[in-house]
Write a protein that binds this ligand. Structure first.
Ligand SMILES: C[S@@+](CC[C@H](N)C(=O)[O-])C[C@H]1O[C@@H](n2cnc3c(N)ncnc32)[C@H](O)[C@@H]1O
Length: 159
């Protein structure tokens, strides 16, 4: 299965993560993220206490902002072991009961839980079968919740 999935098999066999960002100035990073959220119509303060499921956090640079908004529950799913390890380490300041990083292919991820917000940034458009994947991750949206899929911070495709 792993070799058939876009990107993940390559990252795993080369022990790399495809994402890196300069976030030394964390305030600036958070300002950029806040402006992204606002442009999507998401008020950052509305995340507090809500449940969030994120697909494809990469190495967790952007996840740091989501975690800082204090969702009541924040689960993340990525198939790349190195990315998972780096995301766990980046989010280690947040308590285990609040944050959980799953190593899983998106296609194989299962949970009985549903989430107020399902977030997928920069990880759907280049899939070989993006629409079935979108259907799969939509299953985890709670009634009254929403899904947000973005191509990248510069090219937003919210749905
Ligand atoms: C380009 S990175 C995006 C990282 C981050 N969301 C960002 O915007 O900086 C895409 C991530 O999705 C993961 N990914 C892509 N397809 C996947 C799949 N089918 N199953 C599990 N993880 C996948 C990759 O391992 C990678 O970490």
């Amino acid at each position: 299965m792993q070799d058939k999935v876009a990107f993940v098999g390559f990252y795993e066999s080369n022990q790399i993560s495809p994402v890196s960002q300069d976030i030394i100035d964390l305030n600036k990073h958070f300002q950029r993220r806040e402006s992204l959220f606002r442009s999507l119509g998401l008020l950052p303060s509305f995340i507090a206490g809500k449940s969030v499921l994120e697909f494809g956090p990469g190495s967790g640079h952007n996840a740091l902002y989501m975690a800082s908004l204090k969702p009541g529950r924040y689960e993340l799913v990525d198939g790349n072991p190195k990315g998972v390890q780096e995301t766990r380490s980046r989010l280690s300041a947040y308590s285990d009961s609040q944050v959980e990083v799953h190593q899983s292919l998106f296609e194989e991820f299962q949970t009985d839980a549903q989430f107020d917000l399902v977030w997928a940034e920069g990880c759907l458009p280049h899939q070989s079968e993006p629409l079935p994947l979108l259907d799969h991750i939509s299953l985890f949206v709670a009634r009254g919740g929403g899904i947000c899929g973005l191509h990248s911070q510069r090219n937003l495709l919210p749905f």
